[in-house]
Design a protein around this ligand. Structure first.
Ligand code: FE2
Ligand code: FE2
Length: 250
């Protein structure tokens, strides 16, 4: 059954970036041998070419296949061009037929703006990719930086997707299984119908809220249940959510 690692908000280049946190997290997730690692944006702090250059060797250390999407910080200072040059396409898919899953990565960033938007063209593309995943009976995982549903304990809402309602409708209609995001540096899970909306904390930044510490998520998708585990930098683990798996074997 699929086992997924989800890390986010590395913020390489920030004064709050702690290299040892990222190295430790990558060591730990490599030892867990995930089938895929999903990185939901804010790889860099300012989108600078040199920050991407510094970030790439860390990403290269990840042994599993990876899917990386950009965050608002990566889209600063024409960072989207550096992202495409040094990392990969800003949106795309990653299929793992062996484990029966498909990751659909979206670019929700807007140049030099903090709010997020998926946009009509990408929304249509995503809808088609979801239909194709259904045809192949693959587990449908959507990855994007910005949260679609507001996250508790993150202050007044101001950075939700500007087209959140439209994207939410597409995800519900397409019966997406998992929607992974970052951005708020606050781990959380919302369930809506049979879709889990999972937000990861920051893996290597000290821009934290309250008593949170840096962390990453792992997702255990079993035949009859799905478990989302918070892996904290101090070595402690906590179950963020566990729910019945109604998706596989339909
Ligand atoms: Fe961030
Ligand atoms: Fe962000």
């Amino acid at each position: 059954m699929p086992f997924i690692a989800h890390i986010s908000d590395l913020h390489v280049g920030s004064i709050n970036f702690e290299e040892y946190l990222l190295i430790n997290a990558i060591d730990e997730l490599n030892s867990m041998e995930p089938d895929v690692t999903i990185i939901t944006g804010d790889v860099t702090e300012n989108g600078y070419f040199l920050e991407f250059k510094e970030a790439v060797p860390f990403l290269d250390e990840i042994k599993s296949p990876i899917m990386v999407v950009p965050g608002n910080h990566d889209a600063r200072h024409v960072g989207e061009e550096c992202f495409e040059e040094l990392i990969k396409n800003r949106y795309g898919t990653l299929k793992d037929k062996k484990h029966g899953l498909k990751v659909i990565g979206l670019d929700s960033s807007e140049p030099d703006l903090d709010y997020g938007k998926v946009g009509r063209a990408q929304q249509n593309w995503m809808e088609h990719e979801i239909i194709h995943a259904d045809e192949e009976n693959l587990y449908k995982i959507i990855a994007l930086h910005h949260h679609i549903i507001p996250v508790p304990k993150t202050g007044r809402e101001r950075n939700v997707l500007s087209d959140a309602g439209d994207i939410l409708q597409s995800l519900m209609t397409g019966r997406a299984d998992l929607v992974l995001s970052g951005h708020k540096h606050m781990p959380h899970v919302w369930m809506m119908e049979n879709t889990a909306f999972i937000t990861a904390g920051t893996v290597s930044s000290l821009r934290l809220r309250g008593r949170e510490i840096s962390s990453f998520n792992t997702l255990n998708i079993e035949e009859d249940f799905i478990e989302i585990i918070l892996n904290r930098a101090d070595g402690t683990k906590r179950c963020l959510a566990k729910y019945e798996n109604t998706c596989l074997g339909d």
